[in-house]
Structure formats: structure tokens, C-alpha cells
Design a protein around this ligand. Structure first.
Ligand code: ZN
Length: 326
């Protein structure tokens, strides 16, 4: 049975986690303007006085999930080597004009960037300065357009396209990505692309070599870490052993309620995670009402009252319009 010797493939990104400041502004930008679904309203398990927001497609599918820790008083981060410098979403081929005008009307300055490996790219910053890109391309993946968004499926964000890592060099990061099953897919100037096989969302990792930059500083607008997908716990155990032998320091498995996680820092300085697909975001609330109420892990449930008292009040745009219509 030769197939049992094949490593369980890492098909792409699971989620990207970043730091924001104002929670309501962050929530409105990603749900109301970009049309993502608010798939989980919870707290930072290590700092329960802070929210942890999860945005994604209608089902909260792995490969579509952008998460934030919104710290209201966070100072702005600065971008440098050893960081994820851009997070890219996949959008339909002819949708960039729609997005350019939607962003302009909202007062967001969006720019057509140079064509990248044959694809058109629209770049802009979120309210905290985080770099977002929309990459227009054909995609075989069916899109799960969020139910509470006014963006029609012909324009809607589908899920991740990939990320760009800003590095002082690319070889040592390349070795880790290749060990994880990514293949060198192309090179344009100082941009080196690594791609996972298949057609999952978030299967591209670009390393952008910028030797002139210093190390960055984490703050609002910074990506804290990027997470790759493991099919299940057994696949995650396989990758944990594989990366430990690399050798890299890999954390034990941590229970993040909606997935199980291991973390390690790749040699270029970016924090990587491998997260399991199960159990997913409908683990503790029905798919129909994802994100509408605060969910806490069992060990924090007894502190719910105190936690709700310190968390800033937030509201969802589609619930505000229902309220306004009354
Ligand atoms: Zn994570």
C-alpha cells in the first residue's frame, strides 16, 4: 500500500491573524465594505478582555478566514523583514473595477499594482494600515458568498489567494516551505512564489526579498501569524514530527476550540501555525447565526459577566439596518 507512505498534503492557508485597533471600525471594514461574513465573535483566550474576530466565507471555510485581535489602544505597527507584508484574496476575473469604485466611494485609496504572474492586482490598506490585495483570476472553486453581504457573487471575495512574506533572503524560508510540500512556482524580480498543488484557497506564498528594509515592529495593521491547513489531528502530528526533525522548535498541540494548533517560527522570522480543519466554526453555534453572539470556551464561561462588561459594545451592519428600519 504505497499511498500510506505519502505525507498528508498541506493544501494551503487555513487562516491569517492580524492586529487591529478599533473593533467596530475593523468589523465594519471587513463585513460591510469587503463583504466577508463575521463567522465568530469570541475573545483572545490568552487575554479575555480583548475580542478575537473571525471573518470568512458564508460557511467559515478553512482558507477564507482572516482573524483579528482588536486592541483599542494598539499603536500602529511598522512593516519590515520577517513579517507578512500583504494578504491577498481571490476575486473573479472582471471584478476589479467594481472593487476600485466601491473602495473609492468608501474613501479607501486603492491602487492597481503591477500585473503579477499574469494576474491583475488591486492593493489597498485597511483602517489600521494592513496591506490587502485583491487578485483577479479564474478559479474552479465554488464561491460561498456571505448571506449578509450586498456584494453579488460575480464580484465577491472567494477566499485567500495567498500571502506575501517580506524577507531579507528567501533560501531558508524556501527550505521550510518545500519541506511542507510547497513547490517553487515562479520568480518575478525579487518575488519568489511557492505554491501547494491542487486548487484550495490560499495556496500561494510569495517571498519578497527586500534587503534594504529593517526588521518591523508588531502593532495594529501587522499580521501576527499565518496558519496552514492540516486535514485532521493525525496529519498535524505528522507535520509536527517532520518539522521538529527539520529541526525547528514546534509548540505542543494547543486547543483553539475551532481548530487545533501548533506554532513555529520559520527561519526568516515569520510565525507559522498549522491548524486542523475540524471541528470548525459551527462547533458551538448554528451556521445560520454565526458571529451574532459572544462565544466563550468552556473554561471562560463562568467569567462571562465580567468579560462582557469590559468588552467594547459592537454591532453588525445588517442588524443596525434592521434596527433603523423599525
Ligand atoms: Zn492562528
Amino acid at each position: 500500500m504505497p499511498e500510506t507512505t505519502n505525507p498528508p498534503p498541506i493544501v494551503g492557508l487555513h487562516h491569517v491573524t492580524a492586529i487591529a485597533s478599533n473593533p467596530q471600525r475593523n468589523l465594519d471594514f471587513y463585513t460591510k465594505l469587503l463583504g466577508l461574513r463575521f463567522v465568530k465573535r469570541t475573545v483572545n483566550f490568552d487575554d479575555p478582555g480583548t475580542y478575537h474576530f473571525y471573518f470568512g466565507d458564508d460557511l467559515g471555510s478553512p482558507g477564507t478566514i482572516l482573524t483579528f485581535f482588536p486592541w483599542p489602544h494598539a499603536t500602529r505597527g511598522s512593516l519590515g523583514v520577517g513579517e507578512t507584508s500583504a494578504t491577498a484574496f481571490s476575486v473573479p476575473t472582471d471584478s476589479l473595477a467594481f472593487w476600485e469604485s466601491r473602495l473609492l466611494i468608501a474613501g479607501v485609496h486603492a491602487q492597481r499594482l503591477a500585473t503579477r504572474f499574469g494576474n491583475s492586482v488591486l492593493g489597498f490598506a485597511d483602517p489600521d494600515g494592513m496591506r490587502i490585495e485583491l487578485i483577479a483570476h479564474e478559479d474552479a472553486n465554488p464561491s460561498r458568498t456571505p448571506r449578509n453581504s450586498d456584494v453579488q457573487s460575480e464580484n465577491a471575495i472567494r477566499g485567500f489567494f495567498g500571502v506575501t512574506l517580506c524577507q531579507a533572503g528567501f533560501e531558508s524560508t524556501a527550505e521550510v516551505l518545500e519541506r511542507m510540500g510547497f513547490r517553487r512556482a515562479g520568480e518575478e524580480g525579487n518575488r519568489y512564489r511557492f505554491s501547494a498543488d491542487g486548487n484550495a484557497f490560499g495556496r500561494h506564498v510569495d517571498v519578497l526579498v527586500q534587503t534594504q528594509l529593517m526588521h518591523g515592529r508588531m502593532g495594529s495593521g501587522s499580521v501576527h501569524h499565518i496558519a496552514f491547513r492540516a486535514n485532521d489531528d493525525a496529519a498535524q502530528r505528522y507535520w509536527r514530527e517532520e518539522l521538529r526533525r527539520f529541526p525547528l522548535n514546534v509548540t505542543p498541540v494547543l486547543d483553539r476550540t475551532y481548530f487545533h494548533s501548533i506554532y513555529f517560527r520559520e527561519p526568516g522570522g515569520v510565525l507559522f501555525e498549522i491548524a486542523t480543519d475540524p471541528p470548525g466554526f459551527s462547533f458551538d453555534e448554528p451556521l445560520e447565526s454565526l458571529g451574532e453572539s459572544l462565544k466563550l470556551p468552556p473554561w471562560l464561561e463562568s467569567e462571562r459577566g465580567a468579560i462582557e462588561n469590559v468588552l467594547p459594545t459592537i454591532s453588525l451592519h445588517y442588524q443596525r439596518s434592521i434596527d433603523d428600519g423599525r
